[in-house]
Write a protein that binds this ligand. Structure first.
Ligand SMILES: [Cu+2]
Length: 479
């Protein structure tokens, strides 16, 4: 995707130090491990929204690092056997899509915050510096840990005041997928984008190994077109449905080599459920935030509903080449910047009313008398800092999708650790639908035995679409 190049241009010099040719950047293990001062660990900051690929660990238990789409993994240092991380809660500017930046709260320069990765059995020490204008805390969602480390402000410990740094420290007693987010003024701070993943790899590298391991955090914002700050009081009527605080077509694809074992972990910190549907495969649900699912208890799906405040992991063997859509199946969640009070005009003739409105507003454009697909190809004037409602182009035209959508790209021979976009799939000859140009048989309608035409508003070649109230009669089947 062009977005990778675009973001490469936005990366700071520090990030470019580790950038690999081809766009996807590598965070160099040595670039951040050089800190020798054992005071507060350096807080790494990410300035762009490009997917950062973490190299496998050079020491300790081997694991396949996760890939946080349009995100990154927080560096750590080891201090007397304890892995030390430094999270900074702070206001951030996040590019939700090309042409739209949001003023959010997040961690270390981004929303979502960086992914924390460690290994079962590790002891972690996480310094949390609060640069927000109000207190915060960090709750480690799903972790088994001492009550006082649970991060519920006022219950587990006093919330972290602005300007202060608190230190959380605990043992990682189980592997799995966890999340972190504030448990202090939670409604505001999560609506502003404060959340991230915490991945604990198994201490036994032979336990459920995968070749690719993708992370998608479902989140949502309510930002009026032309403005920058989310409306934090919104409960259900969000207008931007995002993965890792990112909107299609600017969500990077899930690039996979044929034959790979692939895991996708999806967390939901929005206020509604999201049925995540992946095309081309049936997959097995292998994990929740409660733990791994035993092989005999796994179940097959093509759509997995992700409840609020939960995570699901699923796995598949990438045997089917192609470009496969992956998206939320609530169709409103693959739309951007949408107003929900738009009336339905399907079947209505708006010619005369449009003429009248244009006298008052010359660029008025009536929408949707045959549906809304026309909007996918339309370039409408937009206010600054927003995104089209339906966008994203494929090799054959507009995808008419935005929001929670991406593409799983399965190709032959992609090298391990290579996540660069391979472009669009070339379907082999004979594997796509073709246009029928022969005879059209008559259509018999069981509900219309008398030929009254009352229920057959079919349009025939050469005629315009039927208009509501015009009163069609007859079958209208001309050849
Ligand atoms: Cu959804």
């Amino acid at each position: 995707m062009t977005s990778i190049k675009h973001f490469a241009a936005m990366m700071s010099r520090r990030q470019l130090l580790g950038a690999a040719a081809g766009g996807t950047a590598l965070v160099s293990a040595t670039a951040w491990a050089k800190t020798t001062n054992m005071g507060l660990p350096e807080a790494a900051v990410m300035e762009g929204a490009g997917t950062q690929i973490t190299p496998p660990p050079s020491t300790g238990v081997p694991y396949t690092p996760v890939v946080t789409l349009n995100g990154w993994t927080l560096p750590f240092r080891t201090n007397n056997g304890v892995k030390e991380f430094h999270l900074v809660a702070e206001p951030v500017e996040r590019e939700l899509a090309e042409g739209m930046t949001a003023y959010l709260w997040g961690y270390n320069g981004q929303s979502i915050g960086p992914t924390i990765e460690a290994v079962e059995g590790d002891r972690v020490r996480i310094f949390v510096t609060n640069r927000l204008p109000e207190h915060t805390s960090v709750h480690w969602h799903g972790m088994i840990l001492p009550s006082g480390m649970d991060g519920v402000g006022g219950l587990s410990h006093p919330a972290i005041p602005p300007g202060k740094t608190y230190v959380y420290e605990f043992d990682l007693v189980k592997s799995g997928t966890f999340m972190y987010h504030p448990h202090a003024d939670e409604m505001v701070q999560m609506a502003m984008g404060m959340m991230g993943f915490f991945i604990v790899h198994p201490k036994d590298p032979a336990f459920m190994p995968v070749d690719r391991d993708f992370l998608i955090m479902l989140n949502a914002f309510d930002i009026d077109p032309g403005s920058y700050v989310p409306k934090v009081m919104t409960m259900t009527d969000f207008n931007l449905w995002t993965w890792n605080s990112r909107i299609f077509p600017n969500i990077d694809p899930l690039v996979v080599s044929k034959g790979d074992r692939v895991r996708v972990r999806v967390g939901n910190l929005t206020m509604t459920n999201h049925p995540i549907h992946m095309h081309g495969y049936d997959f097995e649900v292998t994990g929740t935030d409660g733990g791994w699912v035993r092989p005999e208890a796994r179940w097959p799906e093509v759509t997995i509903d992700i409840p609020v405040g939960a995570m699901r992991a699923y796995e598949f063997d990438a045997v089917h080449l192609g470009d496969w859509a992956i998206h939320c199946h609530k169709s409103h969640h693959t739309m951007n910047a949408m107003g929900h009070d738009v009336p339905t005009f399907i079947g209505a003739d708006k010619t005369s009313v449009s003429r009248k409105i244009r006298l008052l507003q010359p660029d008025y454009m009536p929408m949707g008398s045959t549906g809304m697909a026309e909007m996918g190809a339309m370039e409408m004037p937009l206010p600054d800092n927003t995104v089209p409602m339906m966008t994203g182009w494929g090799p054959y035209g507009p995808l008419e999708m935005g929001g929670m959508f991406s593409v799983v790209k399965v190709r032959e021979g992609i090298a391990a650790g290579d996540y660069a976009d391979p472009g669009w799939y070339e379907n082999p000859p004979g594997t796509q639908p073709w246009e029928w140009t022969g005879e059209m048989p008559d259509v018999t309608r069981a509900s219309d035995p008398a030929g009254s035409g009352a229920v057959a508003p079919s349009s025939s070649q050469g005629q315009t679409a039927p208009v509501m109230g015009e009163g069609h009669s007859g079958h209208g089947q001309h050849h």
